[in-house]
Structures are given as C-alpha cells and as structure tokens.
Design a protein around this ligand. Structure first.
Ligand code: 6PG
Length: 247
C-alpha cells in the first residue's frame, strides 16, 4: 500500500499548464540536486509536452546533474518523425548542455523490441541501484524509483505504451515491448511498466481536452470499471500523483 497523495490542477489552456509545470519541474530538480546530487526525470511522448520541453530548456536547471529517461518509445529510428526521442531532442536536448551519458535513450531502432526492452531494463536497474545509491535502497534493499515521471494519457486511458487490456499491465518487468493493435502510430513500442512507474516519487499526468478530463473524472470518482478500462487508473506512485489538466 502506498501513501500516495493525489492532486489535480486545472488550467485554462496548454500554455498556462506548460508554464506552471515547467516551474514545478525546476523546483523539484533544484530540491533533488541539493538533497542528493542528482535528479532523474522521465519524459513522455505525444503532442502535449512539446511546449513544456521548450520551456524547461530555458529554465535554470543543472542538466549536468540531471538524468533523462523515456516512459515509452516507438520502435523507429531516433531521427524518425514518430520518435519520442526526436520530439525531446528538437524541443529540449538540442537547446541545453547535458552530458551524453545523462541521456538514457530507449533504442527503438533495434530489430528485436524484446531485446531492446531488456537492454533498457538493465540500464534502469544499474542507474537506480548504483548511480542514485539512494538511502532507501540501502535500507530496504528494494530498488528505488525515478524522482519525477511525466506521462500523457490517450483518449482510451493508456499511459506510456500501456494500452487497455494489455498483458503489460501485470508485467513484473521494468521495461517491456508492446505491440498495440489500435495505437497511432501503429507500430511496436518499448514502455516502462506500471511496476516501475509506481516506484516513482512523483508522477505528473499531463492531459488536455474534454475526453481526457472525463476519463480523469471517472478515475477520480472511482467508477468501479475504470480501473479495468483505463491503465491510468492503476497509477499509485510512492509519493505524489498530480493531474495537470488543461482546457
Ligand atoms: C506516445 C506517448 C503516449 C502519449 C499519449 C497522449 O508515445 O504516444 O507516450 O502515451 O502520452 O498517447 O498523447 P498526446 O499528448 O498526443 O495526446
């Protein structure tokens, strides 16, 4: 059972949400870097976060002490129009000075998605058990989680590349290969699993539009079937789940 706290913040539009979330990310980064010397940030794909990434690129974040991961990636080359890495590269990475070793890219270009997922899982395990040397890990022996995960949500309640009814929902892995039939773009993907997402200290759910707002309300009111229908309903991070709702 986690001691998760859930918040929701409403904004008139995507610009207002992006500006507010950029300020929050900056404060969290400063706090984590002053507390234990580094900040781990997981980026999302999709159309929602582009402006947010451009805004945090202008913030005074110590990128030399920040490690960037992805919540999911399409199985395409990193320079492909559908690549989530490319989205972050054009809106953030090309605008900041960050050591290449701090950029932990999911290798969507590898021919075998399962192999790419296993490789990323090893990279995450190494980072969380060696680089962070988090005191909680030493105490409990349990693998700690990321400091902050940014997630979008589809109009079917999917998060990262965990789609309704996906076997990944019950996966005991940290990273998995996904083959969603009804996703757009329709391609194989790599995704973090609920297991590792729920080890995060904070999750920001970035949503906009009425359909996603309705899904949030279904989840918030605990309509019994929502947890089965919507993977987003399964999020229970260790600390805070904050719904950032635009429009
Ligand atoms: C992806 C994303 C995905 C996205 C949602 C919302 O690879 O597509 O990670 O989970 O966040 O589909 O996408 P929009 O922000 O475009 O609505």
């Amino acid at each position: 059972m986690t001691n998760m706290q859930t918040y929701q913040h409403y904004y008139s539009n995507l610009e207002e949400m992006s500006e507010a979330v950029a300020d929050k990310i900056t404060l969290i980064a400063e706090k984590k870097i002053s507390q234990r010397g580094l900040f781990s940030l997981v980026l999302t794909g999709g159309r929602t976060p582009g402006l947010l990434y451009r805004l945090i690129a202008e913030k005074n974040i110590n990128w030399h002490k920040t490690h960037i991961f992805w919540g999911d990636e399409r199985c395409v080359p990193p320079d492909h129009a559908d690549s989530n890495f490319r989205l972050a590269q054009r809106n953030l990475l090309d605008k900041i000075s960050i050591p290449p070793a701090n950029i932990h890219r999911m290798k969507g270009e590898l021919p075998d998605p399962e192999e790419a997922a296993q490789e990323y899982e090893q990279e995450i395990r190494f980072f969380l058990s060696h680089i962070t040397n988090s005191p909680e890990k030493k105490l409990s022996g349990k693998l700690s989680g990321f400091d902050l995960v940014l997630l979008g949500m589809g109009e079917d309640g999917h998060i990262a590349s965990i789609f309704p009814g996906s076997p990944i929902i019950k996966s005991t892995q940290i990273t998995a290969a996904a083959y969603p039939e009804f996703a757009s773009p329709r391609c194989a993907r790599l995704t973090l699993t609920i297991k590792i997402l729920n080890r995060s200290e904070k999750i920001f759910m970035l949503i906009s539009g009425n359909k996603k707002k309705q899904i949030f309300n279904d989840i918030k009111t605990g309509k019994k079937k929502s947890s089965r229908k919507y993977p987003a309903a399964l999020l229970q991070p260790q600390g805070v789940l904050s719904w950032e709702i635009a429009g």
